[in-house]
Design a protein around this ligand. Sequence first.
Ligand code: HEC
Length: 247
Amino acid sequence: MNLRLITIIAVLTVSCKTKTSNWQTLYFGDFKLKAPTDWRKFKEQGIDAYIGGLTNGKDSLWFYFGSYVSGFQGDNKNYLFAQDTINGKIAAIKIPKKDSDGSIEMFINNADGDTKFVLAASGTNKELILDIFKSVVFQTSDTTNNGVLTFAKFKEYPLGSGTTIYQATCTACHSKNKNLTGPALTSELLNSRTTNWLYTFFKDRQHLQTDSSYLTRKKEFEDMECIQLTDYSKEDVNQLIAYLKER
Ligand code: HEC
């Protein structure tokens, strides 16, 4: 074989592999992730959480691993949102509408039991950052279960992720532990309903008019009705249900 042919084969072999296959794995104890070989870990002092990050000198990522943080904080109007499954964990991700106009952030509600995980990135290489996000693995992760999030799927608040739909549309009448206008959305209540049942409840409620468990619940709440999500896409409703079941 002449040298040129060998070079062409070598180039083809490298470009056929996935982008991240020659990245390094960085271990942080409770989790690991992949990053290009010029990235290094750094550690910060956290009082009640494990805080640290990684950097290549230009771009940086910070993580927070602990119990005291809830969803995305602050003013969300300059961001777009999406939800993805990353190694079996439901992750909400936000990106600034304008590059360099905020950080790219990921939030995982049940990273390890009740422990939450935030990963925030400053930097403009969005593809690279998203690929690092997608490589995060916790002790309880399922590496065979991954979504296929692309930037085209990000949407304006409140659509785009189960977390943001829930926070914007449901918390006026529901909490996790207390009955408000609607019943407490406990894991027991949500696990007593299948994914299909919940989908029908939000999208085709007329089909539940002979479902006695639904009619009993409605009576308990003096025939007040939950809202329906008629204008939401199938994907949005499925993301919401996945969020409800996982949180
Ligand atoms: C205006 C108040 C209100 C809003 C907003 C609301 N709900 Fe409800 N929800 C209720 C009431 C009242 C009930 C009990 C009657 C019923 O089941 O329709 C209920 C019932 C439920 C049930 C229990 C159904 C069953 O029988 O198992 C679920 C699950 C639920 N809501 C989820 C949600 C979600 C998710 C959202 C946001 C997309 C939401 N609700 C928004 C008032 C509301």
